[in-house]
Design a protein around this ligand. Sequence first.
Ligand SMILES: Cc1ncc(COP(=O)(O)O)c(C=O)c1O
Length: 290
Amino acid sequence: MDIKSTVTTMSETIYLNGKFITKNEAVISPEDRGFNFADGIYEVIKYYGGKPFRYADHLDRLQRSLKEIQISFDQFDQFEPVFQELLEKNGLAGQEAGIYLQISRGSHTRIHRFPENSKPTVYATVFPFASKPDQLENGVKVITTEDIRWLRCDIKSVSLLPNVLAAQNAHEQNAAEAIFIRNGVVTEGSHSSFMAVKGGTVYTHPDSNLILPGITKKVLFEICRANHIKITEEGIPASELAYMDEMMIVGTGSEVMPVVQFDETLVGNGRPGPVTRFIQGKFFDETRRL
Ligand SMILES: Cc1ncc(COP(=O)(O)O)c(C=O)c1O
C-alpha cells in the first residue's frame, strides 16, 4: 500500500463504542477478546442507491450470532442511523457501499471462560462495495478444498482463519473463491454460499451447523419459488460436481456470480448458464427496487 492510500484510509470515519472517530484515533485494548480469542461476531450489509439490502435479515442473523455465543447486547436500534451517518461522513451516501459491523465480548485480562464484567466492543466501518460487472457477466473460476472449519459454521464468527487460508489458496490459483468439501460433500464457499443447477433444479446444502445461513441464498430461494424453479436442499457430493450444468457462488459481496470452472474442469460449456443468468437478473431487479 502506498503512503497516500494509507493516509486516506486512516482518516476515514469509523464508529467505535458510541463514538464517530477517525481510524487514526481508534483505540482497542490489546486484551480485547476479539483480538485474543476471535471471541466476536460480525455482519456485512450492502447499500444499493443509499438503501440497505435485506437489513432486517442481517439484523436477525446478528442477534442470533450474539445469542449463540452468549454476548449480551441489546442496542440494535442505534445501528441504522449510525450506518447512515458513517456513509455520509465518508462520502458514500447514495453509492454502492458496504457496512462492516463487528461486536466482540470486550476487553478483559486473558482468561478463556467468559469474564463476568466485560463490555462488548462495537465497531462499524463503511467501504466502497461495487459489483464486479466483468465477473458477473463472464463468470469465475473456483477451487475445491477440504472444509477444515469448526462445527458451528452457522455462527457468523470473526474466527475466520480456515476461510482466510482457503481464500488465499484460491487467489494463488487465480480463482475467485474456494469451495469447501466436508466428508465428500460440498458445503459452501470461504465467503459465499454455493449453488449448482442440474436439469433445471437448483441444488444447495441445507441450512445446518455446517454452513452460514446466507441471506442472498434466502433471496434467491424466494426468486426461485416465485418463478417455479425447483430447489433441492441437499449437499452435492463432490464426485457429482463434474455433472452439474451450472454453478454459482452467492453472497452479499459475490451477489449472484456464475462459476464457469472448478479446479481444472469447465462447468457446462464454460459459459454462465440460463438458470444462473435468469436468477441473477431477478436478483438485480430486487436491488434496483430498493
Ligand atoms: C462462509 C459464508 N457463507 C455464506 C455467505 C453468504 O452470506 P450472505 O448472503 O448473507 O452474505 C458468506 C458471507 O458473505 C460467508 O462468509
